[in-house]
Design a protein around this ligand. Structure first.
Ligand SMILES: CC(C)(COP(=O)(O)OP(=O)(O)OC[C@H]1O[C@@H](n2cnc3c(N)ncnc32)[C@H](O)[C@@H]1OP(=O)(O)O)[C@@H](O)C(=O)NCCC(=O)NCCS
Length: 338
């Protein structure tokens, strides 16, 4: 397919392994060095649920976009959008997105909506098409390899005296049960969505296989056994007021992967669901410990914490004194019916 534009003709083709270097050459500096695509590109091409496309101009790669088919094929989750620096500001992103939309409508008519995540302040033209369905706070810090031990000790001292006995790392069967019981947990998941590594999924069971393949660390805490809760948590949990703490706390740790920022820096995304500050802190600590154990020797971590907005201050306090790493301060979840 092609589009006539004021500058030249743009063609859209499926991305291939041979295009890797060219795609990377248009990706320099994206997300301040925290880009996931260099690590994920080849795996994305092999994923049967995913489609990956390039925009080309005069034979050169000038853009990239991808989507995965989720929610039993009824939703496309879009990610990876980028345009070559020398082509930005000329509408190319709009053309790529239109191409993907046309492709969805002609090749995947079962798809009824497009979903994605963005940082705060998306372009106004985007907000005319998409509805913001929820948002989360993002707190991110960089921990150099030589500071990992002392940082973990510091965080341990900050959650001192908090009972961690109510943390369960979920196995595949428990995750399945979590999906089956998701109706009763809808308030834990804003908009009924589970967001993993910037991808929003419904709790449709067909998403389970995809998520299990990601080797995510799922940690869940029940509110029922409230031995670790602060007094205010307990009071709120039993009061039934509209700001009561939600049923339990869930965190998903995506296995750390290398990013372009520097040799030996690995990005660890921790997606959290629930609004109890006590759980938020111990989940961060446990996810960090597990993530660090998975690092190759000498690896440092860029830790991205996504959580309910009400937890921003507490997470900031937990991370006080660590090196902040700014990419964005918010994660918006957007959806468009097609
Ligand atoms: C963000 C980026 C893709 C925009 O590309 P661009 O071609 O310069 O975009 P333009 O400013 O010309 O905007 C043209 C269209 O793209 C859309 N657009 C711009 N930024 C967008 C974004 N972050 N996400 C989705 N759409 C975007 C606009 O809404 C507009 O749509 P329309 O033509 O349908 O009205 C480009 O600056 C880039 O590659 N940045 C680095 C990577 C990045 O930040 N990607 C963000 C998405 S994950």
């Amino acid at each position: 397919m092609s589009n006539e534009t004021s500058f030249s003709q743009i063609n859209f083709v499926a991305a291939t392994a041979e295009d890797y270097e060219e795609v990377m050459s248009i990706s320099g500096g994206i997300y301040n060095g925290m880009d996931y695509l260099p690590f994920k590109y080849h795996a994305w091409l092999k994923d049967p649920q995913r489609r990956t496309y390039l925009a080309k101009c005069e034979g050169k790669v000038v853009g990239f976009e991808s989507f995965i088919l989720v929610d039993d094929g009824t939703t496309a989750v879009v990610e990876g959008l980028r345009v070559a620096p020398w082509m930005r500001g000329r509408g190319v992103a709009g053309l790529i997105q239109k191409f993907c939309l046309d492709t969805l409508q002609s090749n995947h008519p079962k798809v009824k909506r497009v979903r994605l995540t963005r940082a705060e302040d998306p372009p106004a033209s985007m907000l005319m098409k998409y509805k913001v369905i929820s948002s989360k706070a993002l707190v991110s810090v960089l921990i150099a390899a030589e500071k990992l031990d002392t940082t973990i000790k510091l965080l341990e001292s900050r959650v001192n005296n908090l009972d961690i006995s109510n943390l369960s790392v979920l196995g595949a069967e428990e995750i399945l049960r979590f999906f089956e019981e998701s109706k009763s947990r809808e308030d834990l998941l804003p908009g009924g969505l589970i967001i993993q590594d910037c991808r929003p999924f419904s709790m449709h069971k067909s998403n389970l296989n995809f998520l299990l393949k990601q080797k995510i660390v799922w940690i869940y805490s029940h509110l029922g056994d409230s031995s670790g809760l602060t007094d205010s948590s307990k009071a709120k949990a039993t009061s039934g007021d509209s700001h009561a703490y939600l049923e339990g706390f869930l965190s998903l740790g995506t296995p750390p992967f290398p990013v372009p920022l520097a040799e030996g820096i690995y990005r660890l995304d921790i997606d959290m669901f629930g609004n109890d500050p006590f759980y938020a802190k111990i989940h961060v600590l446990e996810q960090l410990k597990i993530g660090v154990r998975a690092l190759p020797a000498g690896g440092g971590v860029a830790c991205f914490l996504y959580a309910d907005e009400s937890l921003r201050t507490e997470l900031g306090q937990l991370c006080e004194g660590l090196t902040p790493f700014y990419v964005a301060k918010e994660q918006l979840i957007l959806e468009m019916e097609i």
